[in-house]
Design a binder for this molecule. Structure first.
Ligand code: BG6
Ligand code: MG
Length: 216
């Protein structure tokens, strides 16, 4: 039986994808780079700096900005993103996910967050759901970003279970790859059939049978 759950935040618990997209689009426009929501798929699960690098490559501007300028660009994106987050509400939480977490906690199974976002704690506090999680692992606590397994291994360690005893939930390819490298049972949450290597793929937590899942 599995003994712990590790959740990604953006795209798994809360739908922040559009806010991230809007904020990157706003920033990119200022440096004459234009992209649409389909390009945004490439930015899921990866760090802020990696997202910026991908946007710059897409716009053929990867050699134009030095490190300091890149930090300024990222700060602008984040300021705008955080402003957009003021609109965040319980309505942005995906259907079924809180019931699933409540069921998990009732069974005394610990839950961890493993998020690539430096805004993870802010979002959890704003939605008043932080107390559901025993630990929050975010980029402030790790050196390597997804698909490196470090963040997931640390989360499993902090809830005192072996990776093989954990189940991880991810909406990004980088996340699924990281879970698989960590030897954690990977559940892909996606409405498209686009997560390669997920051990289980569902489009909603509503489709997950808790009792069956913990026996995998
Ligand atoms: C991930 C998102 O959770 O966090 C990415 O899927 C985002 O799209 C990354 O770039 C970093 O987020 P933040 O909030 O630290 O800029
Ligand atoms: Mg995600």
């Amino acid at each position: 039986m599995k003994k712990g759950m590790i959740f990604d935040l953006d795209g798994v618990i809360v739908n922040t994808t559009f806010y991230h997209f809007k904020a990157w689009q706003y920033l990119a426009k200022q440096i004459n780079i234009y992209f649409d929501i389909s390009f945004n798929e490439n930015l899921k699960g990866i760090s802020r700096i990696e997202s910026l690098e991908k946007i710059l490559i897409y716009g053929d501007k990867e050699k134009i900005f030095n490190t300091t300028e890149k930090y300024i660009l990222m700060a602008k994106k984040n300021d705008y993103y955080v402003k957009l987050l003021s609109k965040l509400s319980k309505r942005d939480i995906f259907p079924g996910v809180l019931d699933f977490i409540k069921q998990t906690r009732k069974k005394k199974i610990p839950c961890a967050i493993a998020s690539a976002s430096k805004n993870a704690t802010l979002i959890l506090e704003r939605l008043n759901i932080k107390d559901y999680f025993n630990v929050i692992v975010d980029p402030y606590s790790v050196t390597n970003s997804k698909p490196n397994p470090e963040i997931f291994l640390m989360a499993a360690n902090l809830i005192n279970i072996l990776p093989s005893e954990a189940i991880g939930f991810e909406d990004s390819q980088a996340g699924i790859d990281g879970l698989n490298k960590a030897n954690i049972f990977s559940v892909g949450i996606s409405s498209e059939n686009n997560l390669v290597g997920a051990k289980l793929l569902v489009n909603s937590f509503k489709k997950i049978n808790f009792e069956q899942l913990i026996m995998v």
